[in-house]
Write a protein that binds this ligand. Structure first.
Ligand code: PNS
Length: 167
């Protein structure tokens, strides 16, 4: 892909990917030539899914979106990830004013550090109550998460809850 092409980064922990993430990434893919989905993680923090599992689940969830590349980065500043990827922007979804309050200082800090802009997309209201942590809590207590995460994620999460040590 040439350097003239418009590229953005959609960063996150994606532990696991939700339909809210899929919506934002899919819409970002209509605005940019290429979307780099950056799985940012801390090697010393154990998540519900390993980074490889998160990437596999993202891969399945985004199979219909051709201009998406999924990559993992450990212990890195997002601005360095953007520079390395040749991305002009970070794209994030906003579900609420609470999200905005959380995201604004990060957007300003990232612009301060490297000049990279953050583009906010309004989250689809259908997924306004959806976050990875809430999904995991609801699923852990037997609640129905159908339609809030891709089907493969739902199956993987239920399997992980039945066998927490499995991989
Ligand atoms: O899915 P999350 O946990 O809300 O994602 C947060 C994430 C990974 C996007 C954020 O923590 C991040 O950008 N981490 C990379 C380290 C970094 O650049 N920190 C300074 C941000 S101003």
């Amino acid at each position: 892909m040439s350097s003239q092409q418009r590229r953005c980064v959609c960063p996150g922990s994606y532990d696991p990917v939700t339909m809210g993430h899929v919506d934002v990434i899919t819409r970002a893919a209509t605005l940019y030539d290429e979307v780099v989905v950056a799985v940012l993680h801390n090697n010393s923090k154990r998540g519900t899914f390993t980074v490889q599992e998160r990437m596999k689940l993202l891969d399945m969830a985004l199979v219909a979106v051709p201009n998406v590349r999924i990559e993992a980065f450990a212990g890195r500043l997002l601005v360095d990830v953007c520079r390395e990827a040749g991305a002009q922007a970070i794209v994030k979804g906003l579900r609420s004013d609470t999200d905005f309050a959380y995201e604004l200082p990060m957007a300003l800090m990232n612009r301060h550090l490297s000049g990279v802009e953050t583009v906010f997309l309004p989250g689809d209201p259908r997924f306004g109550h959806v976050s990875s942590s809430l999904i995991k809590e609801v699923a852990a207590f037997g609640g129905d998460i159908t339609g809030l995460v891709p089907e493969g994620v739902r199956a993987a999460l239920l399997a992980r809850l039945q066998n927490p040590e499995g991989s």
